[in-house]
Design a protein around this ligand. Structure first.
Ligand code: ATP
Ligand code: MG
Length: 588
């Protein structure tokens, strides 16, 4: 490994300054990054008391020369950067020459290291005071220990949380880094217990499986995209494997975890219409791009990065997710129900033994979700592989004649092997959306000019948005024209929109456009308008339907490809299979 030197002041001044060590998890992250920069084949992490009492990271990488040990713990000394220009092409995880010095200030830091051709040596720093370099019999590589973080700074120690909380932050730091480096064998132990033991793997899916259970790893869908300079590869969850929180949303650029709200927004957009509101998808995304397209020197703890062209990443993510879902026909799996009453019919493995209770408890959350609810140091090794997530969708044949509307909101119909309960609004919305989309695609969208144009009052910003996207609206059959001040008039709308008031449609469309306007993708904008139209034009829950209307809706359903969720992601129907009913009534 290159020798360590002090950085010139001109370079130091250009490095994002701020607090490096906030809690034990920061030490875990920094020491892991140092280990990984030394090209190891394995790295072992041990923690005591969540990392408060001890963080130990052992690697078998290139090591530090004995003479360089004092420099390693000196502020602004690094082997990874020389001149200011290097800041534009950072390829290592570290570059500030800051981490060990900062940790040495607030803890007792012990380093033992040996390079392949040197002799082993150790150095201790306690509360900022470095001792002597001592000879040490050790193998090639480096061991760094951080004892009693903030032990000498009571004011900061007081801000540490309970060991269990610090543990969850520390293990999260390990997980993020381990996800970014599947090719290195890694382990994590806590209070003497082995929590993760990860073999070096070539497939990212296997590393994810190693951390969160093979059942999750196996279910993820692969996505890729490349625009010539920026490439994206990712593994994303099926919509039905959604979660309550964002614990399984991970972003990486060139082996570096980072946070980014805009990219996560693109993810949400990619899943739009497939998730129930408030639920989060599982995503692991890794970007690669020339080093001058991303600035990693923007956050003192290196948690964030800045992209030269963020809109490109947004587009890449959105299109990669949508393309993957089209290929995987995400409409074919039914959402497990929220209501316990439906639990017996859903989310059960096909070959299940009859349940003793007439109303079995609600399906257990998938294990990766259970972990989210109760963070603990349960080893991935204890996670069983087979997790029942979804009962799956069975093809159904309807007996249209016997479809009945109930409570002015549901339609119940006999289907091939059971009974189907349809949500009339959700299904109609989906049907309308699919029809609108198909008509736009084949250029045969029927448009009705309005004899009396409908006026809509807008705010200035709304007027600007609607004017800017007049073309997308027009492609979707909505002609909106300025009418002086911030008023517009709607002079035409698609025939399929029926009697839905234009003002309602325009409001709905505005909401949707504002979410995706930044992307500027023409097809997506039209799609948003169509979603808005379908939402407002669909029959509502509470609308009484005639016999003909019920039949028409049930019949229409056969014609649309994607009918299992409304465009908002709510299921359009639930199937109670005859077999499940028989089981519940103890016939089998
Ligand atoms: N595990 C290790 N193996 C080999 N060398 C190491 C290891 N840990 C630290 N070093 C050496 O010590 C130097 C100082 O490490 P330190 O983490 O303080 O700074 P850095 O990694 O250069 O930058 P940053 O502050 O961004 O992490 C590194 O540049 C590297 O040369
Ligand atoms: Mg470092």
């Amino acid at each position: 490994m290159a020798r360590i030197h002090k950085l010139p002041v001109s370079v130091v001044n250009r490095i994002a300054a701020g607090e490096v060590v906030e809690r034990p998890a920061s030490a875990v992250k920094e020491l892991l990054e140092n280990a990984l920069d030394a090209s190891p084949s394995r790295v072992d992490v041990s923690l005591e008391q969540g990392g408060i009492a001890l963080v130990r990271v052992v690697d078998d990488g290139g090591g530090i020369e004995a003479d360089d040990l004092p420099l390693a713990v000196t502020a602004h000394a690094t082997s990874k950067l020389r001149v200011a220009e290097d800041l534009e092409h950072i390829e290592t995880l570290g570059f500030r020459g800051e981490a060990l010095a900062s940790i040495g200030e607030v803890a007792r830091l012990v380093i033992r290291s040996r390079t392949p051709h040197g002799t082993g040596a150790s150095l201790t720093v306690d509360g900022g005071r470095a001792g002597e370099v001592m000879p040490e019999g050790c193998g090639v590589g480096t061991t760094v220990e951080v004892h009693q973080l903030f032990g000498n700074v009571p004011a900061r120690r007081a801000f540490l949380r309970a060991p269990q909380t610090e543990w969850s932050h520390s293990s999260e730091a390990f997980v993020r880094t381990a996800l970014a480096h599947p090719g290195v064998a890694m382990s994590l132990s806590h209070n003497g217990r082995r929590i993760h033991d990860l073999a070096a793997v070539t497939a990212w899916r296997d590393r994810i499986g190693g951390l969160f259970g093979a059942s999750l790893g196996g279910r993820l869908i692969e996505i890729t995209a490349d625009d010539g300079e920026i490439s994206l590869r990712g593994l994303v969850g099926r919509p039905e494997d959604d979660m309550a929180g964002t614990r399984l949303q991970h972003l990486f650029v060139a082996g570096r975890p980072f946070r980014d709200r805009s990219i996560l927004h693109a993810v949400q957009e990619g899943y739009r219409g497939l998730l129930l509101s408030g639920r989060q998808p599982i995503v692991f995304l890794s970007f690669d791009m020339p080093t001058d397209m991303v600035d990693v020197n923007v956050h003192p703890a290196k948690m964030e990065v800045r992209f030269r062209e963020p809109a490109r990443l947004y587009r890449l993510v959105l299109s990669a997710i949508r393309t993957a879902f089209l290929q995987h026909d995400m409409g074919t799996s039914l959402k497990a129900p929220e209501s316990p009453a439906f639990a017996p019919w859903f989310g059960q493995p096909q070959k299940q033994t009859p349940s003793p209770a007439p109303f079995a408890p609600q399906r257990p959350a998938p294990l990766w979700e259970q972990a989210e609810q109760a963070p603990s140091d349960v080893s991935a090794a204890h996670v069983p592989d087979a997790v029942a997530v979804n009962g799956g969708h069975r093809p159904v044949e309807w007996d249209v004649e016997r479809a009945v509307q109930m409570h002015n909101r549901y339609i119940v119909v006999e289907c091939g092997d059971g009974i189907e309960v349809i949500d009339q609004h959700a299904l109609h919305e989906r049907v309308l959306y699919e029809r609108l989309k198909a008509s736009v695609a084949d250029g045969h969208l029927e448009v009705q000019p309005l004899l009396i144009p409908e006026r809509v009052e807008l705010e200035a910003a709304e007027l600007e948005l609607i004017t800017e996207h007049a073309e997308a609206l027009e492609q979707a059959g909505m002609r909106v024209e300025p009418f002086g001040g911030s008023t517009v008039i709607v002079t035409s709308k698609p025939v399929l929109a029926g009697n839905a008031p234009a003002a309602e449609i325009v409001r709905e469309v505005l909401d949707r456009l504002s979410a995706v306007a930044a992307v500027g993708d023409a097809a997506m904008l039209v799609d948003e308008v169509l979603h808005g139209l379908a939402c407002r034009a669909a029959i509502k829950a509470g609308d009484p339907l005639s016999r003909e209307e019920v039949d028409a809706l049930v019949r229409d359903r056969r014609m649309v490809r994607e009918s299992h969720h409304c465009p908002h992601g709510r299921p359009t129907s639930l199937v109670l299979s005859r077999q499940d009913l028989d089981r519940q009534f103890r016939r089998i």
